[in-house]
Design a protein around this ligand. Sequence first.
Ligand code: BES
Ligand code: ZN
Length: 566
Amino acid sequence: MGTNDSTMESMDIHSASRPDLIRVRHIELDLDVRFDTRVLEGSATLHLHRISGGELVLDTRGLAIHSVDNASSYELGAADPVLGTPLRIQLLPEASSVTSWVRVHYSTSPSASGLQWLDPEQTAGKLQPFLYTQSQAIHARSWIPLQDTPAVRVTFEAEIRVPTGLRAVMGAEATGDRFRMEQPIPSYLIALAVGDLEFRALGARSGVYAEPAAIEAAAHEFADTEAMIGAVEAMYGPYRWGRYDLLVLPPSFPFGGMENPRLTFATPTVLAGDRSLVSLVAHELAHSWSGNLVTNATWSDFWLNEGFTVFVERRILERLYGPARAAMEAVLGRRLLDAEMARLPESDRVLHIDLSGRDPDDACTLVPYEKGALLLRTIEESVGRQRFDAFLRAYFDHFAFQSITTAEFLEYIRRELPNPVPLDEWIFQPGIPAGVAEPHSDAFQRVESGWPTDTSAWSTHEWLHFLRSQKAPDMARLDSEFHFNESGNSEILHQWLLMAVIADYRPAFPKVGTFLKSVGRRKFLKPIYSELVKTPEGQALARSIYAEARAGYHPIAQATIDGIVK
Ligand code: BES
Ligand code: ZN
């Protein structure tokens, strides 16, 4: 049994709420989107299930609370820099039944951590403003007062009023001018975007939203989406969310993708033109099973979301594009994991991570992703693909629409799939245990065999592996032979510019500045800024670039880069 309805739940240290006492079940949102003041204003009506006591504690951050209906009193507690401000509501004493409701009238702060308000100049079309939310990990509380823990699932409906000429979309079903989410989801998956958006169908139950200037490229890039949905269903059971659409955001989006249910949010930096970066779609789609259906109960269990998702992502790639492609992606991930682990303290090299006193945003490394996927590959190898796939399918069914802890996963797998993999060592110890199923790519072995003679058939993955395999890169030769500064592929360009900074290869520096000022994806920004600040000269360059670029970054990316540059 997952924690969704259990009273024996593990406490989530990142929420002040007490879902063991009173649990929010359903939310009605009624919001005005005000671009002039950069504020969402309106109300959230919370429908409650009362287990014991009369106090409802909600998470908020930077919210102005105007009033609370159907309550006897309310007060805001002390603000915590990571967790925000608890809102304590005393329910009416006469409401003795197990169900009740309260309505919170509120407005958001213009600097809400979960909202990015974009000026028209920051969009592809340059004419209309744009707004989007990013609730994971603990930013939903900056735009909705709620129990902001992945252990609580809610259904919701919403009425969102936007200026004429703009369109609102949510990770929910649109019916007329309202939105409805009928499947219970954790708060970190509640999502809204507003902009000049166009829609293009991709398949019977899939499509893409983007600004008109990007819609053509997006529809071309994501043409395989419907086939991907079918591939996961064949392996792990039905897609349970109705539609699967994608939304291409402006370039300041701080992540590659975000698996908002029914509507994945995606960075435009995956629009490479040749579908070479669609592992991102496979990844976010896979979350429809691992993460959105079976959800980590706390942020310490994040590897249950991401490790399973990377495993499923690579299985999708294998089915659609063949084992050689999946192997290349696995080897790239394996290499990056080793590099990252070498930089991390031992306590961050475990799968079940201690986050006491930490912001989950700062603890997001490749470990839950790649070490998690490596564990599942290793189990798969030890029991055989057929048995492991049957196990996974049963796991998704068994825990569907529940939030579970690592302990619950362990209990389940020990019962259902006894296997020789040292699970405790994998999950609680810092290294990669002996017996790991190491990925291998023949294509990469050829790439490593010396300076290339014919690269005409190389994939993006081979280029990335080639660049990352250069021990003492001859930057001038790489530049003159391969012209990486002109690459239209964001991953290749990023890898090249990162190497240019490390090697102090000045001819590429103007491009470093352009890149950092035009993209807000944290995975691209963080390594380059981190390398720049290692020398006094680089630090000066980082400061001057960041002074210009900062206003265009999302609050989450600003927080990360502030920590590096300041
Ligand atoms: N859910 C994550 C993004 C995320 C993680 C947001 C933690 C906030 C906190 C998403 O599924 C993800 O993993 N995105 C990756 C891309 C993916 C292809 C590995 C990213 O954004 O880089
Ligand atoms: Zn993910």
